[in-house]
Design a protein around this ligand. Sequence first.
Ligand SMILES: Cc1cc2nc3c(=O)[nH]c(=O)nc-3n(C[C@H](O)[C@H](O)[C@H](O)COP(=O)(O)O)c2cc1C
Length: 366
Amino acid sequence: MSDIMKSAKFCEVALPNRFALAPMTRTSADADGTPNALMADHYERYARGGFGLLITEGTYTDDKASQGYANQPGIINEAQIEGWKVIVDRVHAAGSKIFTQLMHAGAQFQANRFTDQPLGPSEVAPKGAPLGFYGDQQLWQIPGAMSEADIQTAIDGFAQSATNAKAAGFDGIEIHGANGYLLNQFLSTHFNKRDDGYGGSLEKRLRLVVEVVRAVRKAVGDNYPVGIRLSQGTVTDPDYQLPEGAAGFRQIVEAVRDAGADFVHTTDGEVNRPHFTDGDQSLAGVAADVPGIGLILNGGIDETSCQEIANQFPGALLAVGKKALANPDFVQRLQDGKEIADINFEMLQPKATISNELAWRKKNAA
Ligand SMILES: Cc1cc2nc3c(=O)[nH]c(=O)nc-3n(C[C@H](O)[C@H](O)[C@H](O)COP(=O)(O)O)c2cc1C
């Protein structure tokens, strides 16, 4: 029986347990994208709360079209690298490890201090409406279709940001390929209507993802953890499915492995949700069947399901989102047999900032 609380090695990184904090955007950096003291306290709280690995919120990768939200942190200049260094050091001092999540927003674009023009694979907006807790924009803009030069700029941004993340002391890199952001848009037949080498067949829709993984791997060298978060659904279309079904998803996992990824991080509503156009497999189940690549799992993991999921997927890390927001000391509480709260979304209102959460906690302190 696998013990979730025992120290573990993941992609050669020594961890005190198999719990990870899921990446969560909090739009709390300085206006110029520099991580600040509030964020350092925030991440340190989760390390002290027992999470073996923290994955940062989605962090933008260039001074062009990658930023998606006001007050989103970046990792593209010295000040931002210095800001992250403080956070990394605080997390390490508390005994945890930390990966950064590198994100290009693509068409899921609510605010960007460098440009007003979102870019995506094609001139197709996301479904639904922008997320109210990240900004005031009421409607998605129609993105411009990326030229090959725009695509190269995006790839270069990921590679340079990976170099910067290594310089900041991060223990590894997670590329954001999930939830409807740029890389996920290229995989998706909703967003990607291209008829050049980056659109059409799954192999072509995968090309940008593969090129980004390769570029990041080249930037950081061989002995440094690099992985990618993958989903089918997006934040405003959680039930989207790849037309290529489970075999298509397997093809994506194999392609990122062959491009140099050490791990994939699957995210879905529930880890074990059957969610393909064919068969009854889950995203996690398909990824777990692919040899030669590590696995982080996410989706609905809580105090009652975690041990069973850990047993079902030996060696995988379990990334916790909402339960961690509700309980920054989720792992410690689990270990101590203490009560674990459910999320109250009021803590993220009217915006998902750390200061709104702290004000809510103060107001609701017993
Ligand atoms: C406030 C908030 C912010 C989020 N920001 C990100 C993000 O920056 N990157 C990402 O990959 N997922 C993000 N997510 C999704 C979570 O990482 C996670 O996949 C989701 O909450 C489902 O996991 P859970 O059931 O454990 O909450 C966010 C979720 C929430 C609630």
